[in-house]
Design a protein around this ligand. Structure first.
Ligand SMILES: [Zn+2]
Length: 135
């Protein structure tokens, strides 16, 4: 069977600072200077007030598992060798939520509200993925 390559992110121009920061092992998000909302995923304007006065802020990298699933069956795909793995929504201390993976633990030990911190996994020469591990 031919190996299936893992997909890589499609980077919109307004999301490039996020991916550049991830390559430097920094987790960043946008902050709206007009209404003070923190924003994730990257956008060209604030989803609440439509201002384009956005700045990038480095996240603490700490948060909690908001919800998750353990992927036990996903064939054929590029992720077969990773199973079982955890896909989770992590709520950062700054209030934003990211879809990511929980790594560095037994996938079946993950629970909602578990405290986690960011770790960075280099995918290739172009991309580093923010993932999370229990703390
Ligand atoms: Zn705003």
């Amino acid at each position: 069977m031919t190996a299936i390559e893992k997909p890589v992110p499609v980077v919109n121009p307004w999301a490039k600072p996020f991916w550049d920061a991830a390559n430097r092992e920094k987790l960043v998000f946008q902050h709206c200077n007009a209404c003070s909302k923190n924003i994730f995923y990257p956008r060209i304007a604030c989803p609440d007030c439509f201002s384009d006065d956005l700045e990038w802020i480095e996240a603490s990298g700490k948060g909690r598992v908001y919800t998750y699933t353990v992927v036990e069956s996903n064939a054929p795909s590029a992720f077969v060798d990773d199973m079982p793995y955890v896909v989770a929504i992590v709520k950062l201390a700054e209030g934003i939520q990211l879809l990511s993976n929980i790594v560095g633990c037994d996938p079946h030990s993950v629970v909602c509200e578990m405290p986690v911190e960011v770790v960075f996994e280099r995918l290739n020469n172009e991309f580093t993925l923010p993932k999370f591990r229990p703390i």
